[in-house]
Design a protein around this ligand. Structure first.
Ligand code: AP5
Ligand code: MG
Length: 213
């Protein structure tokens, strides 16, 4: 099964992707992670994306689509989860054409529904491992040892775009450009809406039962 996860910043896309990868060994494609990797390595792609990400704005569609096309070239037929792509209706249309080229399809577009009020706390409390990318939260999922990753012992850091003023712009970009994807996937009969509140494992159980349905 091939799925995409979409929802507001902090809805839990990365957290649920990690659980799905662990259970089903799917290939995880996160456009946010790919951009952060490119920025860390100071590649031309990273340099193009950085200015937009630092401000909390979306990276232009043509840059994102080109990067995703390359990732699909590495899939070799493996099942995948798309996390954070598509994020605009033009990206969703471009994805259809990439899928056609590779004779693949999206089985479910999973929308993680979380009230705006919870998102700021989730994002400002998030900590990420510099080494392996594992995601923690100071209150909801604290690491066993302060500032250190449970998985690999790496240093935990706070993302540059997890500052209150940048989060505000990210939420606005979400409302303006990404929220309309819900209607898009409903119209083509792929939309699955999942309540993204409660503990991460509860959310995961909901996703699992909807994917089986
Ligand atoms: P990206 O990295 O995708 O960021 P995002 O969409 O803003 O989403 P986040 O990663 O912030 O949240 P998430 O839903 O993954 O939540 P998480 O599981 O970590 O993109 C970053 C930037 O890159 C964009 O702003 C844009 O500039 C650019 N970009 C990327 N893709 C693009 C595209 N397609 N087009 C254009 N530009 C693009 O959880 C958050 C926190 O909450 C964690 O601390 C976690 O532990 C905690 N948490 C999770 N679930 C729960 C739960 N159930 N209960 C309590 N806490 C929870
Ligand atoms: Mg994420």
């Amino acid at each position: 099964m091939n799925i995409l996860l979409f929802g507001a910043p902090g809805a839990g896309k990365g957290t649920q992707s990690a659980l799905l990868v662990e259970r089903h060994r799917m290939h995880h494609i996160s456009t946010g992670d790919l951009f952060r990797h490119a920025i860390k390595n100071q590649t031309p792609l990273g340099k193009q994306a950085k200015g937009f990400m630092d401000k909390g704005q979306l990276v232009p569609d043509e840059i994102v689509v080109g990067m995703v096309e390359e990732e699909f070239g590495k899939l070799h037929g493996k099942q995948f989860i798309l996390d954070g792509f598509p994020r605009t209706v033009p990206q969703a249309k471009a994805l259809e054409s990439i899928l056609n080229t590779h004779k693949m399809r999206i089985d479910k577009a999973v929308f993680l529904e979380v009230d705006q009020g919870l998102l700021m706390d989730r994002l400002t409390g998030r900590r990420v491992c510099r080494k392996c990318g594992a995601v923690f939260h100071v209150a909801a999922k604290p690491p066993k040892s302060a500032g250190r990753c449970d998985e690999c012992g790496g240093e935990l850091y706070q993302r540059d775009d997890d500052k209150a003023e940048v989060i505000k712009t990210r939420l606005e970009a979400y409302e303006a450009s990404t929220a309309p994807l819900k209607a898009y996937y409903e119209e083509i009969g792929r939309l699955v809406v999942v309540d993204g509140t409660g503990e991460a494992n509860q959310v995961f159980s909901r996703i699992e039962s909807l994917l089986r349905a």
